[in-house]
Design a protein around this ligand. Sequence first.
Ligand code: NAD
Length: 376
Amino acid sequence: MRIAVLRETADAEARVAATPETVKKFIALGATVAVEAGAGAGANLSDQLYTDAGATVGDRAATIAGADLIAAVQGPDASSLGGAKPGAVLAAILSPFADRARIDAYAAAGIDALAMEFMPRITRAQSMDVLSSQSNLSGYKAVIDAAEAYGRAFPMMMTAAGTISAARVFVMGVGVAGLQAIATARRLGALVSATDVRAATKEQIESLGAKAIFVEKVAGIQGEGSGGYATEMSDEYKAAQAELVSSHIAKQDIVITTALIPGRPAPRLISDAQLATMRPGSVIVDLAVESGGNVEGSKVGETAVVHGVKIIGHRNSASRLAADASALYSRNVYNFIAAFWDKDAGTAVWNPEDEIVKGVTLTRGGAVVHERLLAA
Ligand code: NAD
C-alpha cells in the first residue's frame, strides 16, 4: 500500500497528517510513504526528517501518483488531486456540511473519501478520534490565549505591596475542550466555574476542583443525545440558562466558550446585553466561532472589543499548537489505518460493513453513500 501525505494549503493550517514517527510505523507495517515537499514545515518537521524516516519527498503530482491512500488534515480540492488513481482513499477532516460540492467532486473523481471527524465515539475508535485529540489542545490554548490578552495575573499573589486576587474563569461547554480548559485554568491558579447542558458533566467539573453552575429549575433535562453529544435545548431551558449566565457572568474575568451541537450552528450563550455587564478588560475566547459562535459579536479570525471586553475568535485553534496537534492527529490516522491493516495482503482492507468504516465513509465507488449526507 502506498500512502501519500499532502502539504496543507488552507489558510491558518499549519498541521500535517503524518510525522516522521508515524512514517516509520507505516513502513514497519509494510506500506510505502510519499510526502509532499514542505508538508511538515508548519510543525517544524523538515523534508530531511521525512526522508530519514524512509519516505520519499516530492511535489504534489509525484506524491499522489499511484497512491492507495491520501492522508491530509483538511480536505483538499478535488481538482488538486488530478492524477490520483480511481478508487484511491482520502482520509482527512472533510467538513461535508460546510462544503458539500467538494464531497460531490471527490465522488465524481472516483475518490473514496473518509471523514476523520465522523469517527464513531466507541471505545474501539478512541485512539482514532481526531475531534478529541484536537479539542484537547484547543481547550488548553484558549486559556493560554486568554491569559495573554488579560492585563492581569491568574493566581492570587500575596506580596509586600499588597494582594492580587485570583482571576475568575468561567468555562461554558464541558466536552473535551472545556475539561482541558478547566484543568489549565486551575493549574494557572484561577478560580474556575463551568456549565454544560449535559448533567453528566457536573461531577467531572467538580472532580477538577471547579464550581458547577447548572440550570436546576427546568425538570427532566439531561441535555444528552446520541454518542454523548448535546441536543438542542427547549426555549424554557434556554431562558433559564440565560438568567443563570447573566447573574454569573458579570463577576467573571475570563470566559471560555466551547459549546457545539453536531450538525447545527453553535448555540448562542452570551448576548450583547450580557457582555455589557462584564468588567472592561475581561476576556472571552469563543472556540465555537467557526461554527457560528457562542458569543454575540465574536468574529472569525479576529479579536473584537465589545463594551471593553476582548472577544478572541481564532480560527483553527488546534493548528496554533501545530507540532503537538500534528503529532496527535498523525497518531489518530496511523491507529485508524493500522486497525484495518491486513498483514497478508500488505494493505488496509476497508470492510464497508464495519461500524467505523461505515461511520466515516462519505463517498465510495463514485457515489455519495453516507446516510447523513443523503438525508441532508
Ligand atoms: P462538543 O465539542 O460537541 O461540545 C462541547 C460541549 O458543549 C459539550 O459538552 C456539550 O454538551 C456542550 N454544549 C452544547 N450545547 C450547550 C449549551 N447550550 N450550553 C452549554 N453547553 C453546551 O463535545 P465533545 O467535546 O466532542 O464531547 C461530547 C461528549 O463526547 C463528551 O461526553 C465526551 O466525553 C464524549 N466523548 C466520547 C468519546 C468516545 O467514547 N470515544 C470520545 C470523545 C468524546
